[in-house]
Design a protein around this ligand. Structure first.
Ligand code: ADP
Length: 713
């Protein structure tokens, strides 16, 4: 083992140095490193061979090559640190003295002291010179450190010098332990213990640090900057600590079984070394082993893993919600692990989660929209996924669980993984499992959740991008609208003025009627242009703390003053103790008046208009103040519901279709949301939700006034 270790570091040094040199033969640093790598390789190689029976004479080569290491080390480090500057004069001096001391001491040893049983005076002199020279090299480099401009470079160099210094000190200690001990009688040594005994009392720890130093210098040369040694150090430290733990475990086991080794230091070191190699190789190998065993024993699971890996690359590049849904479903289904899957996404217009896409065979047609609050509430309570398997047991005695199981059945799914963004449910992916399988494994669920998290990020990015696009479009539309309004309004005023002038003339009844049409239509066009301007222009709010209840009462009074149509009764239901909020009173009045006007128009044969205020939770589960404008009118069908906030959508002959889009803009500018709930034939409810400070007490949203329609196919 000792011999092998020396040999492998020799091969490593020579290999790294030769490769670096071959890549760029003209580079001075790489030439110096070639010298260093080979002098270490020859020295270690010779030492390893000298451990073998009848090859003791290789010690001479070890001595000769070892004495050139300090010079080459200084030269290499000097080139790494100051590639532009001329080589330090100390390099030439060291190389010169080494080229005299090395042959001189070697020759003296061979001629006069070859048979000396322990370290000869010539070897001692060579050792003294070698270690002094190494010390001098380190000192020279240390001086360069203080001149370095970057603190980070200084820190990195400290780590590099620390490693080299440790290699030098450990080598020195091992030498001393070897040479100060009694001479060894090699005749009694077996092949198994020969290396260990000849190495001396201390295990060859220095070899590891030499290998590390060579690797660091090589990387610094190849990457043209000092390596981030701190990071490498922490990795090495983790490995060493883990190996040390394993050593303790082995040690305890050996003590327990009473099988104490003959050379405890060396055995401990060898176990440590083996653990180190095992741990270093284990990490990269682990993935490969898992991949192969999965391939052999769990082909379907592996296909799902491959599909999810592919999705990890695909999802971030999706640029539309549709594209993202399609990619997700196609990959999951193609994996063969999921017979069918579907994606549901929040649909503002429907006020429900709508089926955005589906793949695979289905025993039944799944729900196309889900308005139930059970799923969002379940995820809001911290659940990371819903598995039918685990819920089914609870469903017998737990109402919520039974509702969830019902929903899963309606979606034809075994597992639901949500797209949750900061507690807000954007949608989910529902997966069916194989008939014969006993559910998705824990690991599969974890990987599916990771993929869903990625899809959530992609979804929010797409939505953010679409909003940005919309903002740009509106800004362009705004400036166009201002110009267009000017172009229309001036001639319009002229047309209306001319028609009104002609009305004063003595014209017959039909002509008067026609002129009245001109005046009315000019007025209507003027309203459309003004409203369009209002919608397209950037919105500026003048916020002041005000009581919403007072505003609602004011609107009610205004209605009474204008005259409430016959058959319509107006009711107020205002929550007491509502805090004042920062609102733009004029803009919010505009919103409420528009909603109230729409509500009255929706009740041509009379009904009840209710103005209600309450504390609620908004879609994101945050406390809010809700102003509801409820009517018992004709209601809105789901097709129209989806278009309500699209500019110019109207079902009225004299409508502009801009009222609700403007209301939505104003409410959103207050940081709030405008929601609609409606049932055809029963009435509609327009809900203005304004954010409340978070510390306000809240109560659960109750939707008792209006039930939401769950649209099912
Ligand atoms: P306009 O009132 O000019 O048509 P809006 O944007 O205010 O424009 O409204 C758009 C459409 O929404 C209306 O044409 C109507 O069909 C529908 N709508 C709005 N409020 C109600 C309501 N309370 N009940 C039924 N339908 C409504």
């Amino acid at each position: 083992m000792t011999l092998l270790l020396y040999m492998s570091v020799a091969v490593l040094s020579a290999g790294l140095a030769t490769r670096a040199w071959l890549e760029d033969r003209g580079d001075g640093g790489r030439r110096a490193f070639l010298g260093l790598g080979w002098s270490i390789a020859v020295a270690y190689g010779a030492f390893a061979l000298s451990l073998l029976p009848s090859l003791g004479f290789f010690r001479v080569l070890y001595m000769l090559a070892g004495l050139f290491i300090p010079g080459f080390a200084l030269w290499s480090l000097d080139r790494v640190l100051r590639p532009e500057a001329p080589a330090s004069p100390m390099v030439a001096r060291l190389m010169f003295t080494s080229s005299i001391v090395a042959p001189a001491t070697t020759l003296a040893h061979v001629l006069f002291f070859y048979d000396v049983p322990r370290s000869s005076p010539a070897e001692a002199a060579a050792g003294l010179y070698g270690f002094c020279a190494l010390g001098l090299s380190l000192h020279t480099i240390w001086k360069v450190r203080s001149r370095m401009a970057l603190r980070v470079d200084q820190a990195r160099l400290t780590y590099l010098l620390g490693t080299v210094a440790l290699a030098v000190c450990l080598t020195l200690l091992e030498h001393l332990a070897r040479n100060l001990a009694d001479p060894v009688d090699t005749a009694n040594l077996t092949m198994a213990n020969r290396g260990v005994v000849l190495q001396g009392a201390l295990p060859p720890l220095s070899v590891l640090f030499t290998a590390l130093s060579v690797y660091f210098i090589d990387q610094s040369l190849v990457m043209l900057r000092l390596l981030d040694l701190q990071e490498l150090f922490s990795r090495v430290a983790t490995l060493v600590a883990s190996a040390a733990v394993l050593v303790v475990v082995y040690g305890l086991t050996a003590t327990w079984t009473g099988a104490g080794p003959a050379y405890p230091f060396h055995s401990t070191f060898q176990i440590f070394l083996a653990s180190l190699f095992f741990l270093a190789a284990y990490d990269p190998l682990r993935g490969q082993i898992a991949w192969w065993s999965n391939r052999l024993l769990n082909q379907r699971g592996q296909k799902l893993t491959d599909a999810l890996d592919q999705l990890r690359r695909d999802l971030p590049t999706a640029i539309s919600t549709r594209g993202l849904t399609e990619t997700l479903l196609a990959r999951l289904h193609a994996s063969g692990r999921v017979p069918s899957c579907s994606v549901y996404l929040w649909d503002r217009g429907l006020d429900a989660f709508a089926l955005a896409g589906r793949r695979g065979s289905a025993d039944q047609r799944p729900l196309t929209a889900i308005a139930s609050q059970a799923l969002p509430e379940h995820f809001r309570s911290g659940a990371t996924h819903i598995s039918r398997h685990t819920l089914a047991r609870r469903a017998r005695f737990d109402e919520v669980a039974s509702e969830l199981v019902g929903l899963l059945d309606a979606m034809d799914a075994e597992l639901v993984v949500p797209f949750l963004s900061k507690g807000l449910l954007l949608g989910w992916v529902a997966l069916k499992d194989e008939e014969w399988s006993d559910g998705f494994s824990g690991e599969e669920v974890v990987r599916l959740r990771e993929t869903a998290e990625l899809a959530t990020v992609a979804l929010t990015n797409i939505q953010g991008f679409q909003q940005l696009e919309e903002a740009h479009r509106l800004a362009a539309l705004g400036s166009m609208a201002a110009g267009m309004a000017h172009e229309i309004r001036n001639p319009l005023a002229g047309i209306k003025g001319a028609a009104e002038y002609l009305q004063t003339e003595d014209l017959d009844g039909e002509a008067q009627e026609m002129l009245q049409v001109v005046v009315d239509e000019a007025d209507r066009l003027n309203i459309v242009v003004s409203q369009f301007l209002d919608y397209a222009r950037p919105l500026e709010l003048h916020l002041e703390q005000d009581h919403v209840n007072a505003l609602v009462t004011h609107i009610h009074a205004l209605l009474r003053a204008q005259g409430i149509p016959e058959g319509v009764s107006v009711e107020e239901d205002l929550a007491p103790d509502l805090p004042p909020l920062p609102i733009d009173r004029a803009r919010l009045s505009q919103v409420l008046l528009n909603l109230v006007r729409n509500a009255i128009q929706a009740m041509p044969s009379g009904g009840v208009l209710e103005l209600k205020t309450a504390r609620r939770l908004n879609r994101g589960g945050m406390p809010c103040l809700e102003i509801a404008v409820n009517d018992t009118g004709e209601g809105i069908d789901s097709e129209d519901l989806a278009k309500l906030f699209i500019p110019f959508f109207t079902t009225k002959s004299d409508g502009t279709g801009l009222g609700l889009p403007i209301c939505q803009r104003i409410v959103q500018a207050h940081g709030g949301e405008l929601d609609v709930l409606s049932v055809v034939g029963r009435g509609s409810s327009f809900l203005v939700r304004l954010p409340l400070p978070a510390k306000e007490p809240t109560q659960e949203i109750s939707r008792d006034e209006i039930e939401i329609e769950a649209v099912s196919a």
